[in-house]
Ligand binder design. Structure first.
Ligand code: OXD
Length: 326
C-alpha cells in the first residue's frame, strides 16, 4: 500500500510517542483524550514501534534514529516532531520526499541542558566521580593533596562556549553569576565583545563547552589539532552531539593528561557501548544523553507537542517545521 491509497482517519489524531511515560505525562495528556490518541513505545521496543508506526499520524521522536525505511512504513505519518532541538537523528530528506513534515522544539530543553552542562563542568573540574569512589571506599581522608594544587573553581575559570544559541546563552548566564569569564564563538564574527574566533577561544579557555548542532560542517570540529591547541589541563564538556568531537583524539588527550578532564552527555555511538575506551578514563564523567531530561522539560515538550497536534487537527500549519514540503 502507498501513502496516497490510505484512507483518512476519522477518529482521534493518532500519535506514536517514542518513550515510556510516567504518571505526570499521562496526567498531562488525559484532558486531550477525546481528540488525541497517544500510543507509547520504548525506544528499544521495535516490535511495538513497527506495529504502531503504520497508523501513526504524528511521531514524537526522542533519539532512536528514524531512517528512510521507517518513514516509508509510516503510511499515515504527517509530522515527525522532535522532542528537542537536533534533528540529525531523522532522515529529513526522505521525510521531505514523502511529504512528511519535520519539526523541533527550539529552546524547550535549554534550561535543563544548561544546568546539565554546568553539572558536568563542576563534576569534571572537581573530580566528582573519583571523590565519590574514595568516599564510598572509606578512603576519604587524608585528602588527596593534589586537590589543592589542581582543582579549579568554575568561577575562576574562563569558559569558552562553541555555539551561541539558546543553551549557550543560559550556560553563560549561570557561569557568569558564578564569577566566570565567559567567551563564545559562532560561525561568524557578530561584533559581540565576547565573541572570539575558534582558535582564540581554544587558546584562552579553561573550560570549553559545545553548544551547536551536528551538521556536515560541525562533524569533527574538535579534532586532534584543535584539542592540541587548548590550554594544558583544560576541561571539555559536550552536551550537544558526540561526533562534533573526534572521540579517539579526545581519548588520547585525556589519557596523556594534556587535557585535564571531560564531562560528556553525548557520544559518537549511543548508548555508549560497554567496551568503549572512554569507560577506562578516570578523568571523565558521563551522563547518557539525558541533560535535557527533567520533569520541567517534559512539561514544555508536551505543551509544544500537543499544540502542534492541535494545529494539525484544526487544519493549521504546525510550528517550528524545519523542512519544506510542497
Ligand atoms: C536535543 C537533544 O536535540 O537533547 O535537544 O536531543
Amino acid at each position: 500500500m502507498d501513502r496516497e491509497a490510505v484512507a483518512v482517519n476519522p477518529g482521534p489524531l493518532r500519535v506514536l510517542a517514542h518513550f515510556v511515560p510516567g504518571d505526570k505525562v499521562l496526567d498531562f495528556l488525559a484532558p486531550h483524550q477525546d481528540w488525541l490518541d497517544v500510543r507509547f513505545c520504548a525506544e528499544d521496543d521495535d516490535e511495538t514501534f513497527y506495529r504502531e508506526l503504520p497508523e501513526a499520524e504524528v511521531l514524537w521522536h526522542v533519539l532512536r534514529p528514524i531512517s528512510g525505511d521507517d518513514l516509508h512504513r509510516a503510511l499515515r505519518l504527517r509530522l515527525v516532531h522532535k522532542l528537542g532541538a537536533g534533528v540529525n537523528t531523522i532522515d529529513v530528506d526522505t521525510a521531505t520526499q514523502l511529504g512528511i513534515l519535520v519539526a523541533n522544539m527550539p529552546g524547550a530543553n535549554a534550561p535543563s541542558v544548561a544546568e546539565g552542562t554546568i553539572l558536568l563542568m563542576l563534576a569534571a573540574l572537581r573530580r566528582l566521580p573519583e571523590l565519590d569512589r574514595t568516599t564510598r571506599a572509606g578512603r576519604g581522608w587524608p585528602s588527596d593533596p593534589t586537590l589543592g594544587e589542581t582543582v579549579r573553581d568554575l568561577g575562576s575559570c574562563t569558559v569558552g562556549l562553541i555555539g551561541y544559541g539558546n543553551v549557550a546563552k543560559q550556560v553563560e548566564r549561570i557561569a557568569q553569576a558564578m564569577g566566570a569569564e565567559v567567551i563564545h564563538t559562532s560561525t561568524r564574527d557578530t561584533g559581540h565583545p565576547r565573541w572570539r574566533s575558534l582558535p582564540d577561544l581554544l587558546a584562552a579557555s579553561d573550560v570549553v563547552s559545545l553548544h551547536l548542532p551536528l551538521t556536515d560542517a560541525t562533524r569533527g570540529l574538535l579534532g586532534p589539532d584543535q584539542l592540541a591547541a587548548m590550554k594544558p589541563g583544560a576541561v571539555v564538556v559536550n552536551t550537544a552531539r558526540g561526533p562534533i568531537i573526534d572521540e579517539p583524539a579526545l581519548i588520547d588527550a585525556l589519557k596523556s593528561g594534556r587535557l585535564g578532564a571531560a564531562g560528556l552527555d553525548v557520544f559518537e555511538t549511543e548508548p555508549l557501548p560497554h567496551d568503549s575506551p572512554l569507560l577506562e578514563l578516570p578523568n571523565a564523567v558521563y551522563t547518557p544523553h539525558v541533560a535535557w531530561y527533567t520533569a520541567d522539560t517534559m512539561r514544555r515538550y508536551l505543551t509544544a507537542g500537543v499544540e502542534n497536534c492541535r494545529r494539525i487537527h484544526d487544519g493549521e500549519p504546525p510550528a517550528n517545521v524545519v523542512n519544506k514540503v510542497t
